[in-house]
Design a protein around this ligand. Structure first.
Ligand code: ADP
Length: 624
């Protein structure tokens, strides 16, 4: 469905189309008509000149006739002799009769100065003019006054219209008479036999006396008033003919006296090969030597038809141009739209590329930043690890600090024993009691060994371990822990009960750090049980899947609520200053995590606290 906007645009286009086609056709019609009429005018003028000259020639041909009669002796004699004999008259009559026949004119006759016919070519006919008084005829008067006269009139005797050419006949004494030749209209019209356009000659009264269309004859070009009609009656010029108007309708005046006129249909039976009614271009000019005017009517139809077909052609051309224009415009619009679409696409593409570049840059920036962050984090982790290591070390040193009293005691006792034994041995040697001395020396050696074992144990505990995971014997670790804590356990009177599987469990961790965790858990248990009625430390271990679960349970007061929620927080301690740093459990949990395990603390249902250490089992070990 076209939108209202499209519809109104279509309506506008149709209107423009209609206006353009109609306007162009109208213009072409007007121009073509004007040009055609101008051409028609030229043609008409030529015809007018042609018809005029041929008519002139035709009239002139007869005009010399009356004059030549003056040269005839018999004629002059007849006029000058008052009483001519009938024989003399007959001679002239016969002469005129022959002349008339040869010339093919209506009649030739001679009048005396009174206007009486004295000889005539039609002397034999019953309606002969002979003896008639024609003094009233204008041509007679003209000839008598001016030497010649011309007159169009209808014969009074036979009623035949004709052109009267009269000439005064003179001799030495002056005018002796008048010779007249009457030319029939058909003779004059002969020259128009091939007329291509209707033509007419009107006399000074506007009465059509010659016409290529028979019906036009004796019509009037202008209406006659009553006085004129009266005058006609007197002169019998038109022999009382009806003289109806031709009915030329004047339409427009053009240049050079040309007019556009409309000629009515003159009668139903007009037979003509050229059109004699309708629209015509009328051109009129005076006929030289006469008071008459000659008019030629050129038919407008061919011009109008040509103008119409040119208008149709121009209209069709305009329509074609319009359609081509519309098509071109549509094509241009289509191209424009395509270009716009291409531009939009290009812009979108550019924008996309720009965004891609931007993203790529951002990504590479992010990447660089991430790399920097990774480097930074690695460095931070290393620093953290170093710090952790330092912390672990600090924790260890703290434990050693706590052990120092026991260690000092452990070393002092053998040292004192060594002192006594060495003194006694010297005395036994002096006494010669070799056997006892030897026994003492063995004892001394044992004491030194034990002291060496203790110091090396302490040294090994205190050393900075690499933290690298490897298979570690749990039994050995527990032995070392008990050895390190031996003095404290002894002083606290605590029995350690071990619940271990028959096969030594192998943990996947660092031996030194595992011992550190266990020393820490056992140390805390001993601290908790200080002053308690029942003291016992239960250590159990078992394998669960890929993990080894070690539990250290004491029979102390258990974990307080605050301790439970903040157990692994660094620097959380309930111990007196100098006795605890609050780092032990935090470090131990960190060590467990580092090996891929965990550390948790809870209260045992039957009292006391129980700490559970979960560490990965060494690969390939026995599974339960
Ligand atoms: P420190 O021993 O230096 O205080 P720890 O991190 O080892 O640091 O212990 C933190 C605290 O957790 C102790 O101060 C104590 O309050 C509590 N705690 C640890 N082990 C036990 C235990 N077995 N029974 C009761 N309380 C304990």
């Amino acid at each position: 469905m076209p939108t209202p906007r499209k519809r109104s645009r279509l309506a506008l286009q149709l209107l423009a189309f209609g206006l353009l086609v109609a306007g162009t056709a109208w213009l072409a019609f007007r121009v073509s008509l004007a040009t055609g009429l101008a051409e028609l005018q030229v043609t008409g003028r030529h015809r007018l000149d042609l018809y005029t000259s041929s008519l002139e020639w035709e009239i002139d041909k007869y005009a010399y006739f009356p004059t030549t009669l003056g040269l005839e002796r018999d004629v002059v004699k007849l006029l000058t002799t008052p009483a001519s004999t009938p024989a003399e008259i007959e001679v002239v009559n016969q002469y005129l009769e022959q002349l008339n026949e040869r010339a093919g004119t209506f009649s030739i006759y001679v009048l005396n100065t009174q206007g009486q016919v004295v000889a005539t070519s039609n002397w034999r006919r019953p309606d002969s003019f002979m003896g008639e008084d024609l003094a009233f005829r204008p041509y007679f008067r003209q000839a008598m006054e001016n030497g010649s006269g011309r007159f169009f009139g209808i014969g009074t005797t036979r009623g035949e219209p004709g052109y009267y050419l009269a000439s005064a006949l003179t001799d030495a004494r002056g005018t002796v008479g008048v010779a007249v030749v009457k030319v029939g209209l058909t003779q004059l019209e002969k020259s128009w036999g091939t007329a291509e356009a209707p033509a007419l000659v009107a006399d000074e009264n506007g009465v059509v006396i010659l016409a290529s269309v028979p019906d036009w004859k004796f019509t009037t070009l202008k209406p006659l008033d009553e006085s004129t009609r009266g005058a006609f009656d007197r002169t019998q010029q038109y022999n009382r003919r009806a003289l109806r108007p031709l009915g030329v309708e004047e339409r427009a005046e053009l240049d050079h006296g040309a007019r556009l006129v409309h000629l009515p249909k003159t009668g139903a039976n007009v037979v003509s090969i050229i059109p004699v009614s309708g629209d015509f271009l009328a051109q009129t000019q005076p006929l030289p030597g006469t008071p008459w005017s000659i008019s030629v009517f050129s038919h407008q139809d061919p011009v109008r038809e040509l103008a119409t077909s040119r208008a149709a052609l121009a209209g069709a051309g305009a329509a074609l141009l319009f359609i081509v224009g519309v098509m071109l415009n549509q094509r241009r619009r289509h191209l424009k739209e395509r270009l716009a679409a291409r531009d939009a696409l290009q812009r979108a593409h550019d924008e996309l590329e720009r965004k891609v570049e931007e993203r790529t840059r951002e990504l590479s920036d992010t990447n660089t930043r991430l790399q920097a962050e990774v480097v930074e984090r690695t460095r931070a982790e290393r620093t953290l690890r170093e710090a952790q290591d330092e912390l672990v070390q600090a924790g260890k040193l703290a434990v050693i600090g706590q052990l120092s009293t026991g260690v000092a005691h452990e070393l002092n006792q053998p040292l004192a024993a060594l002192r006594t034994l060495s003194d006694n041995t010297r005395k036994f040697l002096e006494r010669g009691d070799q056997a006892t001395a030897t026994g003492n020396l063995v004892r001394i050696a044992e004491l030194v060994d034990r002291m060496g074992r203790l110091t090396s144990q302490l040294k090994s505990f205190a050393r900075k371990s690499s933290g690298e995971a490897q298979a570690v014997s749990l039994n050995k670790a527990l032995d070392n822990v008990q050895f390190l804590l031996e003095q404290r356990l002894k002083r606290a009177g605590v029995n350690v009960s071990l619940d271990l599987p028959p096969d030594d469990l192998q943990a996947w961790c660092d031996a030194n750090r595992l011992e550190q965790v266990l020393v820490n858990l056992c140390g805390n248990a001993l601290d908790a049980m200080a002053g308690q009625p029942e003291v016992a430390l239960d250590i159990s271990a078992r394998r669960e899947g890929e993990h080894i679960v070690i539990q250290v349970r004491d029979h102390g007061p258990g974990l307080s609520e605050a301790a439970q929620s903040r157990l692994f927080e660094p620097f959380f301690t309930t111990k007196e200053a100098g006795l605890g740093l609050g780092l032990g459990l935090a470090i131990s949990a960190g060590i467990a995590r580092d090996f891929g395990g965990s550390l948790g603390g809870a209260n045992h249902p039957e009292g006391g606290a129980v700490f559970t250490l979960d560490i990965p089992a060494a690969p390939g070990g026995p599974t339960p």
